[in-house]
Design a protein around this ligand. Sequence first.
Ligand code: DP6
Length: 343
Amino acid sequence: MKVIWQSPSNIALIKYWGKHDKQLPNNPSLSLTLSKANTTTSLALEKKSSKKKIDLAFTFEGKENRKFSEKIETYLSSLATDFPWLEGHRLLVNSENSFPHSAGIASSASAMSALAVCLLSMDSKLKKKKNRSDFFELASFYARLGSGSAARSVYGKFSVWGKTKEIKNSSNKFAVPFPVKFHRSFENLQDTILIVHDGEKNVSSSAGHALMRHHPMEKQRYRNANNRLKEILSAFKKGDWESFCIINESEALELHALMMTSNPSYILMKPETLALIEKIQTFRKKTKIPISFTLDAGPNVHLLYPDSEKKKVQYFISNELLPFCADGKVIYDEMGNGPKQIS
Ligand code: DP6
């Protein structure tokens, strides 16, 4: 028995930074689901061949990978009560990324969501449950346990993870799709990832989340995130690009400000990150084209802009931004539709 799913990465516009208990977020977050940056995972069951509780054979792009394999084994062991069949079979798992490894794209969101969707899909197959109405909600729940941001990757377009009074069925335990119709100018929102540095991160997200406990700006941060979520929802509905740009950039800079003022503190931006930010803001002021940036927990810049301005913005990228990217590396991505079953 085999299932194969492809699941995308996402970029948070309202950031999840700080968690408690079992992967529960300290504030609601909202993300754009990407289209081209994704992970394809296959899960096959065979007759058990060892006495180990979890009999896993994991390969990444066809090759053994110890670090990933250990992480997945721990994750699967933690789910054995929910999916008892995990302990009764040999599990063959292979994952492939569409984007180059260490391209500076958060791969845990696509990887963990692809695996969670495969688990749910296999579970439904074994239980002969077709068209489960709560399929993606459950997939989001299990993806969250692997990596918080992965909870948001199971839906297309925009998704929200974390309890907020702005959205009726929102929850800390799973993400929900964007609940209302957004303005058509946000349809096919473009995200060009300007790769400043493609090495491994020197601080893990988990360590970063932990530093939010007793952070001097802790309370204000959660207030800001809640307020900005409300504002961005309204900007989406109205097609208010001016507010959208301000909210995006405030969130990105605040995330990095939190890292810079934690104890121990750290700086993930590089000189090229700042040079790009300056170029982007100057271009916006001069042309009135609503481009804006957001940042992940790293130095790379995500440039967001409307589909209708694609030609002009991509000309600007080629001429003025590429010199700041590592070996001219850039990924032209855009709003995506969420996970896809391959077989
Ligand atoms: C800055 O989801 O990678 O990208 O739950 O510990 O796996 P874990 O953390 P992770 O944190 C992502 C942080 C972020 C912001 C975001 O995606 O919301």
